[in-house]
Design a protein around this ligand. Structure first.
Ligand code: ATR
Length: 276
């Protein structure tokens, strides 16, 4: 019988996940289909009950439901529980099990760029939901030093103190971050600064970025933020938010099917979608 997958969120019309996953089902000859489901906050519980009752095989969860859904699942993977957000659900013999592939997907994307991640010291800019998933996953992956800079330092302090994995971290201010950028071999921008329409904004001065750094920005609209352009000018290797999106999808696909898919093909699919 054809399997059904999907993504729930609000808004959902512009989600790139259906095209990406349906293409993979075709590629691997899997008899399945992936739909976008528009689910408002007040309908979340009914939607989850419906998806379960209908025997849907799995689904992604996006804004604004990633945290609220946890209360409605039968089981939640420990990393997702620690992060406090689920973006992937699998129906395992009638039980809905939640996972987070955003953070691990980000780390996997980084691993494609550099083999020696563990020994690199990292700076994360921002302390919101995306930062939390990335910070916890990087700590779990064994990156030894991860400093944080956030406009509101208290939120960065809370993030660091709630992490269950061993990692050295300092919460630093803007001036200290700007001055010490050369000391970080990984610089990860997780705020919305630089996103369309505010494309001229920078989260901090990139002046001291060096060519030995990998600089990553989770934004993919535009494909190159001003921060990434400046980092590239300094000779750093850069990565935009398409990587994180593709790898979260790849890990979700692997959870559902057991197949780790062709990420280059997925990236091409997403870029076509963004270009169109
Ligand atoms: P997400 O889930 O995408 O991470 P979020 O949880 O709302 O979104 O987090 C947004 C992050 O971007 C926060 O770190 C926020 O800083 P504050 O904690 O100080 O609010 C940061 N951010 C957003 N707009 C910003 C701006 N104009 N200047 C500085 N930081 C900003």
């Amino acid at each position: 019988m054809k399997k059904i997958f999907g993504v729930i969120g609000d808004p959902i019309a512009h989600s790139m996940s259906p095209a990406m996953h349906n293409d993979l089902f075709d590629l691997y000859g899997i008899d399945a289909v992936y739909f976008p489901f528009h689910v408002s906050k007040r309908n979340l519980l009914d939607a989850v009950k419906g998806l379960k009752a209908l025997g849907v095989s799995g689904f992604n969860v996006t804004i604004p439901h990633k945290t609220d859904i946890i209360a409605h699942l039968d089981k939640v993977d420990p990393l997702a529980k620690a992060i406090g957000a689920v973006n992937t659900v699998k129906n395992e013999n009638g039980l809905l099990v939640g996972y987070n592939t955003d953070g691990p997907g980000f780390v996997k994307g980084l691993e494609y760029m550099a083999a020696d991640l563990g020994s690199r010291s990292a700076l994360i800019i921002g302390a919101g939901g995306a930062s939390r998933a990335i910070y916890f996953s990087m700590a779990q992956a064994g990156i030894e030093r991860i400093d944080l800079y956030n406009r509101t330092p208290g939120k960065a302090d809370e993030l660091v103190s709630s992490c269950p994995f061993k990692v050295e971290s300092n919460v630093i201010g803007r001036e200290a971050a700007e001055k010490s950028l050369a000391e970080y071999q990984l610089i990860i921008q997780t705020t919305s600064i630089g996103m369309v329409p505010d494309t001229e904004s920078l989260p901090l001065s990139p002046e001291n970025i060096t060519q030995s750094a990998i600089v990553s920005d989770i934004i993919y609209n535009p494909l190159q933020t001003k921060f990434l352009k400046e980092a590239s000018r300094k000779g750093a290797a850069i990565q935009n938010g398409v990587g994180m999106f593709v790898f979260q999808g790849a890990l979700a696909f692997e959870i559902w099917t057991g197949i780790f898919p062709d990420v280059e093909r997925m990236e091409g699919n997403v870029l076509r979608n963004l270009g169109g």
